[in-house]
Write a protein that binds this ligand. Structure first.
Ligand SMILES: [Fe+2]
Length: 283
C-alpha cells in the first residue's frame, strides 16, 4: 500500500542555489550540534558521511544507513496522512521531503524540507534503540486502527480515533521532534525539530524562558502545542530505552481507553489523517 507514496528524487533538478542553501545550513549547524546534540546524533552524522557542500542524494545516504538499522530515507512530495506515515516507520521507511527551503528563508519554516528530514531526523535513525522505538510507535498506529474498528457506533468511533491520534501526535511532537535527553549533569537535544533549527537548538538548552521537565506520559498526551514559535515547554527522557518503554506504555494506555478522551486543543486532527486510520487494513 505504501509503494505509491514514494517518488523519485530528481537530483538534476536541484539548482546551484539549492546546493548553496544546503551548504550554508549545514556549515552553521555543525558547531551547534557539537555543543547541543546528543551523542547518538553526533555518531549518526559521522556514520552517514553527508557532503557539507551538496544536497544529499537519498540513495547514497541509504547505503550507510540501511546496514545499521534497516531504515531507509524514501522521497515523498509532501504531507502523508498520519496512519500511512506511522506505517512507514513500522516498515523502517522514513518519508523524506526532498525539496529545500529558499535561500532567503534559512530560519523559519512551517513545513519540513530536506534539511529538516535528512539532517535533523535521519542521523537519529542510525541508532539501534531509537530505530526500534520508531518501529514500535508505528505498531501503535496499527493497534489504534484495530481498536477503533471494533467500535460499532460511527460517531463514537471517530471521536475516539480523533483523541487517540491527537495523543499520538502530541507524544511524537514532545519526543521525536522536540525531545531533550539527560546527559551527565546537563541536557542534550535529540528531537529533530530542534536539531534542524539554528536558533531553537540553543534556545532549547540555554534559555530561561523554556520550562524543561522529566517526561510524564499523562502530561505529554494532554498537552497542546503550537508550531509557529519556539517551544516554551520541553520534556526530558533519560535514554532511548526509557523512550521505548514510554511507547510501550502508550500502547497499553491506548488499550485501556486512557487515550480516548485526552484534553482538547492542538493539534487538530484532519479528515485525511482520520480516514487513513479508518481505511487501514486489518492485520
Ligand atoms: Fe520532523
Amino acid at each position: 500500500m505504501t509503494a505509491q507514496l514514494f517518488i523519485h528524487q530528481c537530483y538534476e533538478l536541484y539548482s546551484e542555489e539549492n546546493h548553496e542553501t544546503w551548504r550554508r545550513l549545514y556549515a552553521r549547524m555543525l558547531p551547534r550540534w557539537e555543543q547541543y546534540a546528543n551523542q547518538h546524533f553526533l555518531a549518526g552524522i559521522r556514520s552517514l558521511c553527508f557532503s557539507p557542500d551538496q544536497v544529499p542524494l537519498l540513495k547514497d545516504v541509504n547505503k550507510f544507513l540501511r546496514p545499521l538499522t534497516g531504515f531507509e530515507a524514501k522521497a515523498v512530495s509532501g504531507y502523508i496522512p498520519a496512519f500511512l506515515f506511522f506505517d512507514c516507520l513500522r516498515n523502517r521507511a522514513f518519508p523524506t521531503t526532498v525539496s529545500i527551503r529558499s535561500a532567503d528563508r534559512l530560519d523559519y519554516l512551517p513545513e519540513p524540507d530536506i534539511f529538516h528530514d535528512v539532517a535533523g531526523h535521519v542521523p537519529m535513525h542510525t541508532d539501534r534503540n531509537f530505530a526500534e522505538t520508531l518501529v514500535r510507535f508505528g505498531e501503535c498506529a496499527h493497534t489504534a486502527a484495530g481498536l477503533v474498528s471494533e467500535i460499532r457506533d460511527e460517531a463514537e468511533r471517530v471521536r475516539t480515533l480523533t483523541s487517540i491520534v491527537k495523543s499520538m501526535a502530541r507524544f511524537f511532537w514532545f519526543t521525536i521532534e522536540f525531545g531533550l535527553m539527560r546527559a551527565g549533569d546537563g541536557l542534550r537535544v535529540y528531537g529533530s525539530g530542534l536539531l534542524s533549527s539554528y536558533g531553537e537548538i540553543e534556545h532549547a538548552i540555554e534559555s530561561r524562558e523554556v520550562q524543561r521537565y522529566p517526561i510524564q506520559l499523562e502530561w505529554a498526551i494532554n498537552q497542546s502545542f503550537e508550531i509557529d514559535h519556539y517551544q516554551p515547554l520541553l520534556f526530558v527522557v533519560d535514554s532511548f530505552d526509557h523512550l521505548f518503554s514510554l511507547v510501550d506504555r502508550l500502547e497499553g494506555w491506548m488499550k485501556e481507553g486512557k487515550l480516548s478522551q485526552v484534553a482538547p486543543g492542538e493539534p487538530q486532527v484532519n479528515e485525511a489523517d482520520l480516514k487513513s486510520f479508518l481505511d487501514a487494513p486489518s492485520r
